[in-house]
Design a binder for this molecule. Structure first.
Ligand code: BYC
Length: 323
């Protein structure tokens, strides 16, 4: 269906493409029924689809701790957060569907490796402090990336981001709150908090994507306002915001070269190990195989339910047509 739709674009795109770019430059929103270049549509499907998959796969590392949360209150909070991520996935799948791709197609593309999910979720969550680090750092990085996306040029994506960002702010606060409790707790708890920061720091920096020099899509995506900032810009903003928070917690960012640069007005910091990042993207992260197997099992287990819903809808349609 997606392939058919792309083929049906008008042949002479130049005048339309120019008018389209003018609309983008004027800050107008593009809506599903509007003409758009093939590349714009494909880039959005790739980015929104990847984003949706990340929200869904992102439930797994935290879902791992729901049954082991230390108190009833922490359990209720974590449960609500993981449910929010499912909601985010749904808004995003719906936004992508307005571009002519179905959720089933996107899921199949995730399961057979044609679509990606965020590299961060290929890492394991080993202790309760990881729930703090994920909320604080991973949701913190997500907010840094997603707040500007509320102004992205594609209407359904921008609107989905508004609600997602509100919920992500709560997620980040709850993560920081867990880190506070751990960092100000017993020696053993503080050690766990430091260990979680050590393991999640560089994978969180990787969430923003490769360096600007290596980013293949940034220039075009920024011209189309699908992306509002470059990967390096957002990574720097994240470091500048997060380092004082780590200091407040009394924890040490695992980067010996981290230093405030008075001239630049930013922190200097070490780049993540990019060979590790590209290896994770190839499906070689510590939990990559497990994440996809888990999603595949959930998809296969849910087949009977999806079939039943379609059968019910068909039956209803036939009944309405007969009346
Ligand atoms: N992981 O040209 P580039 C969350 C790929 S979930 C995997 O810079 P682009 C949450 C990229 O796709 C947050 N792949 O790409 C949920 C491209 O490969 P392809 C998820 C990555 O698209 C639960 C190649 O590398 N947020 O919030 O311009 C619990 C070259 O990169 C990654 C979003 O998805 C990565 N980290 O920029 C808690 C936000 N980085 O596709 C929290 C929306 C790059 O050509 N997405 N790649 O095969 C974006 O803003 C952009 O897609 C990215 C990458 C900044 C991620």
């Amino acid at each position: 269906m997606y392939a058919q739709m792309v083929k049906s674009e008008p042949h002479d795109q130049s005048a339309e493409a120019e008018a389209f770019q003018a609309r983008i430059d004027a800050g107008e929103k593009i809506e599903p029924q509007d003409w758009m270049p093939d590349g714009y549509r494909k880039t959005l499907i790739r980015q929104i689809g990847q984003h949706a998959h990340s929200e869904i796969v992102g439930q797994l590392p935290e879902g791992n701790w729901i049954t082991r949360a230390p108190t009833l209150e922490r359990k209720a909070i974590l449960l609500a957060k993981v449910q929010d991520e499912a909601g985010h996935g749904l808004y995003l799948y719906c936004a992508a569907e307005t571009l002519g791709v179905s959720r089933d197609e996107m899921t199949e593309m995730l399961l057979d490796g044609r679509m990606k999910y965020s590299s961060i979720f290929s890492y394991p969550t080993l202790t309760w402090a990881d729930m703090g680090a994920v909320g604080w750092l991973v949701d913190g990085a997500a907010i840094m990336n997603q707040v500007p996306l509320q102004r992205t040029s594609y209407g359904p994506y921008a609107r989905a981001m508004v609600r997602v960002c509100k919920e992500e702010s709560f997620h980040q606060r709850q993560g920081f709150d867990i880190m506070m409790k751990m960092a100000k707790g017993t020696q053993a708890q503080k050690k766990m908090a430091q260990d979680a920061l050590n393991r999640f720091w560089y994978p969180s920096l990787m969430m923003f994507g490769p360096s600007d020099a290596e980013s293949v899509h940034s220039a075009q995506s920024m011209a189309w306002k699908i992306k509002m900032n470059s990967n390096d810009e957002l990574r720097q903003k994240f470091v500048d915001q997060t380092v004082p928070q780590a200091e407040y917690l009394g924890l040490t960012v695992p980067d010996p070269d981290l230093k405030w640069n008075e001239d630049r007005g930013h922190y200097d910091f070490s780049e993540p190990d990019w060979s590790e990042f590209f290896d994770v993207l190839k499906g070689n992260g510590p939990c990559s195989v497990d994440r996809i197997e888990t999603r595949k099992k959930a998809w296969d287990d849910g087949a009977w339910f999806r079939d039943a819903m379609v059968a019910h809808a068909e039956k209803h349609k036939t009944k309405v047509a007969a009346e």
